[in-house]
Design a protein around this ligand. Sequence first.
Ligand code: ADP
Ligand code: MG
Length: 310
Amino acid sequence: MVQNAIEIRGLQKTYRGGRGEPEKHALKGVDLSVPAGKIFGLLGPNGAGKSTMINIMAGLVTKTSGSVRIWGFDQDENPRQSRAAIGVMPQELNLDPFFTPHGALEVQAGLYGVPKAQRQSDAILEMVGLSDKADAYARTLSGGMRRRLLLGKALVHGPQVLVLDEPTAGVDIELRQMLWRNVRRLNEEQGTTIILTTHYLEEAEEMCDEIAIINQGELVAQDSTRNLLGHIDQKCMVIQPAGEVDALPEAEGLSVERRADGALAISYQANATSAEDVLNAVRASGISIQDVKTEQADLEDVFLELTRSR
Ligand code: ADP
Ligand code: MG
């Protein structure tokens, strides 16, 4: 057993700009270690470089410079072993329309050199809930079923590391639950290291032991989920004042912003300040409240906050 399932050092990726577009520096020298046996979340806003990083690990995108070790195997020195250790469920639904789910798993197993006798196609179909579609053509599968099949394909060679790139973006609750159940089971029963990207903070909070945050091609934070989400436990209360506002509410831990419509957006850390504290500060400043609502901290705000504070 290795200590780190993934070790990335100085990873850079520059996409060449096509047709008059400038080149894009998608990864600007990222160092990242993912401990073996964990469920690890890679978070970041759109365009941060998450898929680029994952696709480099998967061998689907060529890095510009830096090194990637998967399960102890350097991608350049031991390409076969490093590839065998990782399975990736990509963000894009790229399936060959002419294969059935069973056929697609068999072909994938063949590509990874899994001998016929050791293939688990039926068990995998069962696991992802596609047994009854085993012989249907991929083009007749719904979006959700295609996602299930992509998960199945990532598992054919029994990889030590399973990577899921935004597996739950835009999927229904049932599929989301199926995915998380399977992911948890693989992690607990087989010790599979899981790396996932997600847009949903609550999902990362619920699933992940440890989280890294990437923004504009740079790693801005990495910590246990508890430490990190404690740090970004930001809430926002929006107060519509009933009349003129002479003075803004003031209290330790509150940051108050006036919006164009006259509302006051008050941000605070929920673990340090209660909603009651916020309301008390508002009343103390002589403001009478016409309406009040709360907003979840926006993931974008959270990233900005983290980028600023480190
Ligand atoms: P994320 O998955 O975090 O949303 P991506 O890795 O997909 O981010 O993209 C990172 C940046 O690289 C973005 O600015 C994106 O537009 C750019 N990019 C991604 N793929 C390509 C490509 N094939 N060619 C050019 N630019 C790309
Ligand atoms: Mg992506």
